[in-house]
Ligand binder design. Sequence first.
Ligand code: ADP
Ligand code: MG
Length: 477
Amino acid sequence: MSYRGYEPVIGIEIHVQLRTESKMFCADATNFDAADNENVSPVSAGMPGTLPVVNKKAVEFGIKTGLALGCDIRRKSVFARKNYFYPDMPKGYQISQYDQPICQNGTITFKVNGVDKIVSIQRAHLEEDAGKSNHSGNFTLINLNRAGIPLLEIVTGPDLRSPAEAAEYGRAIRQIVRYLDVCDGNLEEGSMRCDCNVSVRKEGAKEFGTKVEIKNVNSFRFVEKAIEYEIERQIDAVERGEKIIQETRLWDPDKNRTFAMRSKEDAQDYRYFPDPDLLPLIVSDQWVEQLRKELPELPIARAKRFQDEQGLPEYDSQVLTTEKSIADFYEATAKISKNFKASSNWIMTELMRELNTTNTPIENSPIEPEALGKMISLIDAGTISGKIAKTVFQEMWESGKDPEVIVKEKGLVQITDSSAIEKIIDEVLANNAQAVEDHKSGKKKNLFGFFVGAVMKASKGQASPDVVNKILQEKLK
Ligand code: ADP
Ligand code: MG
């Protein structure tokens, strides 16, 4: 992608909130709906004399994410103090990891407009979140519920080359952490926040330009827009002969632009040093290997298996693997129906439509995968027609009943008995004598479909379309 002869260079840092019950270094709860400052013990409040204790679950989630991103897991990582003062960080430092992060040197592959993009993961480190300042009028209220919530900061190499790639990268990370069930991926609640590092250079140039960091972008659409804006702003500046200043900016979604927040600190400004309250974090080979075994099949591998082993088209395999819950639903359906493509079709069309219009997550679907699978088997066995199946499906959605029960109760079994169908056909033809005349004399073409429709209607959709076709063809010869 060309921008007036310049190439953008982008690196992303995503803060992923790990969905543990308790905080990174103490037992305070992490629920989002807590009352202000409800989840604040002396540790979260940064009282002198308190001591942090590492949350094992957060470490586990960090390792799992690192493994899914192909990272090396450090057997010894070190928590460090990153010193800076904010009213919402009463300790005066954030506990983070600095030169010895738990995960490093990984990669992620994802699709951008159908093409594979590979991005390096420099590191992923554990840290704690800060609290929240709520500014109102000329005073500020502090809520420390967030203070100490575990985060995994995932940092890419400067490998992204367009705003669209950056946004897709974010979506790919979200998909993975949701597959791993280590983060709820809820951007509105701040469970994933992106810092976007952007620079521009002349096309063909070897050196990177000076980067600007856009902090705390909370949606992937804004990631795309903010980077797009920033690229143009930087090119304008360079074209005017100005130097890009290394700084931190913020995205203003109302004004659709970034604005300067502060000049960028260097690492030395933070005076990082190992936290003397915490021992180095040692993880055993055995634990890492156990967690590796527990990893679920990830979306790309799963989509490939759906194509290679189950013959699904690429499109289906991608839609079905967007969420683990959908892929699980699909596989449970196909296990019963033994019909991969039909299971995919029913889920992607009928089921997704109902789920979307009623805003129901697939986990709460009133139709269980086993029931849907059974319904598809009924079609394949010829017990019900595809058309009747739609009625059965609706009834299943509304009542949650078993498809066989619905078919029995409503008398929806497909009519395959040719003499019964012939009787219906004879009636339809007798009632449409003129049309039969026109069809036979060739006066009107394409009346065949009309007859099929009339017969299906007369049979309340229950006649087997195959049998109807066969008999009609005979009769109308
Ligand atoms: P800092 O020390 O300023 O935090 P890092 O080297 O840690 O910088 O990189 C932070 C992020 O910025 C990473 O995602 C990295 O890939 C990205 N990055 C580094 N240099 C550039 C650049 N010149 N242009 C765009 N992104 C960059
Ligand atoms: Mg950095």
